[in-house]
Design a protein around this ligand. Structure first.
Ligand SMILES: O[C@H]1[C@H](O)[C@@H](O)[C@H](O)[C@@H](O)[C@H]1O
Ligand SMILES: [Fe+2]
Ligand SMILES: [Fe+2]
Length: 282
């Protein structure tokens, strides 16, 4: 599926510095400490065995029954602890992302909907999942952790997998260019929402939408160029689309100009009716 002619991205705030993962010093601001500690826990605990165990817990889809819109509204109670750029509930970020995509690609309504829902998997945090296992950038487990992972120089030292020769080799349990669909990613909101939607037979979003949802947090890959040796043709083709999405996901973050959610509700409820109707198992 090709996206119709883009209008150039004009409303990007070039003054503000996004994704500024500052190094930890003893005089640190509370947000920077919150972000660092989230990644420290994530990089300490996310390993092959841990991810398998999360599959057991979450892929039974027995936590809740609700529509996508109801799940989206639950984001109004979640502040993402991994994000140095957002300190308000995540529901605003959902509408900011969606609305900016809608402005640039008015005809690609499925893309608007991806903007709206891409982070809905974060509702896991409301059902007992720690934030370090819900939010933040993702990375493959079962092979060597890349230097391109944020804070990786100090946060992986207690991860059980770095002591295992197979898991800490370049390819680990994978084969060259095996394709990301065959790679086990650290557990988080991307994989979770992807699986929830796959499990919902009435979901008619295109393959591109599923792909963006599944890999939008894989910054070491889509932005820093790591792990290319695990990618197949499909991944390289989809990379451009994920990068396009990433601009909207990141540069529209704004804690001051908050969208009026009631005003936008009707448009997006119709999109949900069109592409993801019904009650989903979460
Ligand atoms: O802190 C953010 C946030 O958790 C996003 O939802 C995720 O997609 C990004 O990768 C991460 O950097
Ligand atoms: Fe996300
Ligand atoms: Fe996001």
């Amino acid at each position: 599926m090709s996206l119709s002619n883009p209008i150039p991205l004009t409303d990007v705030d070039t003054e503000k510095k996004f994704r500024n993962f500052v190094e930890i010093t003893d005089k640190i601001d509370p947000i920077a400490a919150r972000v660092y500690n989230t990644y420290l826990s994530m990089h300490t605990h996310q390993c092959v065995d841990y991810v398998k165990q999360r599959y057991d817990v979450w892929l039974k889809f027995n936590h809740a029954q609700m529509s996508v819109y109801d799940a989206l509204e639950q984001l109004s109670t979640i502040v993402d602890e991994s994000d140095p750029d957002v300190d308000v509930p995540n529901v605003y970020h959902a509408f900011q992302t969606a609305e900016s995509i809608r402005k640039q690609y008015p005809n690609d309504d499925w893309f608007h909907l991806v903007g709206l829902i891409h982070d809905v998997g974060k509702i896991m945090a409301l059902y007992g999942e720690p934030q370090w296992s819900t939010v933040g950038d993702t990375f493959p487990v079962g092979c060597r952790f890349s230097d391109e992972i944020v804070y990786s120089s100090t946060t992986f030292k207690d991860n059980p997998d770095i002591k295992k020769p197979l898991y800490s080799s370049q390819y680990g349990i994978y084969t060259p260019n095996c394709g990301l669909e065959n790679v086990m990613m650290s557990w988080g909101h991307d994989e979770y929402l992807y699986r929830v939607l796959k499990n919902h037979q009435q979901c008619t979003l295109p393959d591109e939408a599923f792909y963006i949802i599944r890999y939008h947090s894989f910054y070491p890959w889509h932005t820093n160029g790591a792990y290319m040796y695990l990618c197949n043709e499909k991944d390289l083709q989809m990379l451009k689309l994920v990068q396009k999405f990433q601009k909207f996901d990141l540069y529209t973050k704004d804690d001051e100009a908050l969208p009026d959610l009631d005003e936008l509700k009707g448009y997006y409820q119709n999109l949900i009716k069109k592409y993801i109707p019904g009650v989903l198992s979460w």
